[in-house]
Design a protein around this ligand. Structure first.
Ligand code: SF4
Ligand code: SF4
Length: 105
């Protein structure tokens, strides 16, 4: 998990991923208060767009740090055993949220 979640690893992967040409029809909505920090969504994301934040805390949580790369595939929501990620049709609202907010702020 550490290797997958390291800043360097994600940045490196980001370079070889492509941004979608169209805005996805659905987008993940992460709910930090339900997240147990397992990292399954991080591993499931084909775009390497998710990162665990708060690794120095007792329970870190997942957040979509590269929303521009999200293709709306829903694999993060499928991977989450805690129902801490759900797909939403409010895509613009979700994108704005990831660009302006982070958990633990
Ligand atoms: S919907 Fe797909 S591309 Fe977007 S964050 Fe989830 S797993 Fe990654
Ligand atoms: S799979 Fe769910 S519980 Fe695990 S880190 Fe991702 S959002 Fe949190």
């Amino acid at each position: 998990m550490n290797e997958i979640n390291s800043e360097e690893n994600i940045e490196e992967k980001k370079i070889i991923k492509k941004k979608p040409k169209k805005t996805p029809k659905q987008f993940p909505w992460f709910m930090p208060f339900m997240c147990d920090g397992c990292g399954d969504c991080v591993e499931a994301c084909p775009q390497s767009g998710i990162k665990l934040l708060g690794l120095d805390r007792k329970v870190p949580c997942a957040w979509l740090i590269y929303p521009d790369y999200c293709i709306g595939c829903g694999k993060c929501a499928d991977a989450c055993q805690c129902s801490a990620v759900q797909m939403t049709a409010y895509v613009e609202k979700a994108i704005e949220r990831y660009k302006t907010k982070k958990p633990f702020q």
